[in-house]
Ligand binder design. Sequence first.
Ligand code: FES
Length: 144
Amino acid sequence: MVPQWWSTTGERITKQFNVIVLTNSFKKLCHIDDLKDGTALGFDPLAKGQDTLFVVRQGPVLRSYKNDCPHWPGSPMAWRKNAYLTSDGAHIACHGHGARFDIESGLCISGPCDGQSLQSLELKVDESGYLYVRLEHLSGKTDI
Ligand code: FES
């Protein structure tokens, strides 16, 4: 049985597979079991040669944000692969200039972009437990 998962907006995100197939606007990232609780993983769904988004798991809640710091738009945030969280896992961190972000909202709570937010991305999980991201906000297109 697939557990209950929740998107960034709090909606239940199981049983969405038909939408994913029909619109072709979502890209598969991984299986939810690949995301360990309290960690983040980066992904490169557009094959740009660097991670363009990351997903954070907190228990049954998954959130995704663009790997793009609001301090310097276009700047990736991790200093090495998957290093998106502070050492205690309590916040998202940008290692460019030390900004910290609230995991739940993406709001910068300290650092040079205080008060600005990361761009959240829509996630869905199919009945087999595979995680998908909506590409629209990464590419500017609805169908890829
Ligand atoms: S580039 Fe992220 S804090 Fe400066």
